[in-house]
Design a protein around this ligand. Structure first.
Ligand code: SF4
Ligand code: SF4
Length: 151
């Protein structure tokens, strides 16, 4: 079987069978989960804002302190196979964990598929260059910064 036909690790195993490095590699680096959201208490609808977590790097779309992030942002949610289902309601539509949970393939721009970490940005689905740090925007004003998810 050629390499192009061989199932890749994320297709070969269910999410709960991935090793920790495989699980981490599945993240596409879009940065969308690190944007603050507003939830309508009545409808449960979630709106995305361009106001980002204080640790999100606007250029790389990566967490500036990922291994020790909870020292600075204790509320940062840890996605695992066990916590995924209850967080689906707010996860971005293109999130690789959502896609695999739903049995859908990764997009061609996913770095694991393209082999290039830049492809997620080149495809215009990341938050590169579009965020505002949360320490610059009062929480009462987040509503003024609601955006559509870049897809
Ligand atoms: S939305 Fe999903 S794929 Fe994108 S950065 Fe967050 S965890 Fe990774
Ligand atoms: S602490 Fe890091 S991983 Fe968590 S939301 Fe903030 S930037 Fe994202």
């Amino acid at each position: 079987m050629s390499d192009t036909l061989r199932p890749r690790f994320w297709e070969r195993f269910p999410l709960e069978k991935l090793t920790r490095p495989e699980w981490e590699a599945l993240c596409d680096g879009c940065g969308k989960c690190c944007l603050n959201k507003l939830e309508d208490e009545e409808t449960g609808e979630v709106a995305l804002t361009r106001v980002a977590c204080r640790l999100l790097d606007n250029d790389t779309c990566r967490c500036a302190q990922y291994p020790i992030r909870h020292q600075f942002v204790p509320e940062c949610i840890v996605l695992t196979p066990a916590t995924l289902a209850k967080n689906l309601y707010w996860l971005p539509q293109t999130c690789a964990y959502r896609l695999r949970h739903e049995g859908r393939p990764l997009y061609d721009w996913h770095p694991l598929v393209s082999g290039d970490p830049e492809s997620v940005h080149q495809a215009g689905v990341s938050v590169r260059g579009m965020t505002l740090p949360e320490f610059e925007v009062a929480e009462d004003d987040w509503e003024d910064h609601i955006i559509e998810e870049p897809l």
